[in-house]
Design a protein around this ligand. Structure first.
Ligand code: GTP
Ligand code: MG
Length: 171
């Protein structure tokens, strides 16, 4: 059959935000891992949509590994940035990391799409995706297309909407 276009994606965000859980849910059910553990360094994962074949660098969000992120900026064609919508205390840390990546020389002035998942929307303390968007001042991102989706990675809710948007940006 037709070979799908290959896309390299970086999955970023603080530790415990749900990056690995999201990527795992995007794989076919027979390829999904049952137990998800904190990522050490990074892990390379693959999933397909109707027209694209995604290779995802699922990075660890732990502080000691965040210096790895920038080494993968040059080769990525899209970014998925995951936020724990219930972790209000660390929202400012997530914003700092986001601002650092947005001004990095390897990403600055590149029109690469950024998909935000305001994840863990099922938790009682979770704020809305609109609130997350304000807390991260996403409205200031002018040089890249971006989109934010509320998600519940445990149930898989909101993931398809996000990936559909990403697919539209890439074609
Ligand atoms: P690092 O690899 O350490 O950077 O973390 P990560 O961002 O990959 O997070 P991971 O996917 O390992 O998930 C962390 C914890 O959050 C796990 O216990 C998940 O089950 C849980 N989790 C992930 N997504 C959701 C969600 O949408 N809702 C709830 N309630 N828990 C979630
Ligand atoms: Mg992980």
């Amino acid at each position: 059959g037709l070979k799908k276009k290959e896309v390299h994606v970086l999955c970023l965000g603080l530790d415990n935000s749900g990056k690995t859980t999201i990527i795992n849910k995007l794989k076919p059910s027979n390829a999904q891992a049952q137990d998800i553990v904190p990522t050490i360094g990074f892990s390379i994962e693959k999933f397909k949509t109707s027209s694209l074949s995604f290779t995802v660098f699922d990075m660890s969000g732990q502080g000691r590994y965040r210096n790895l992120w920038e080494h993968y900026y040059k080769d990525c064609q899209a970014i998925i940035f995951v936020i724990d919508s219930s972790d209000i205390l660390r929202m400012v840390v997530a914003k700092e990391e986001l601002d650092t990546l947005l001004t990095h020389p390897d990403l600055k002035h590149r029109r690469i799409p950024i998909l935000f998942f305001a994840n863990k929307m099922d938790l009682r303390d979770a704020v809305s995706s609109v609130k997350v968007s304000h807390l991260l001042t996403l409205e200031n991102i002018k040089d890249k297309p971006w989109h934010i989706c509320a998600s519940d990675a445990l149930k898989g809710e909101g993931l398809q909407e996000g990936v559909d948007w990403l697919q539209d940006q890439i074609q």
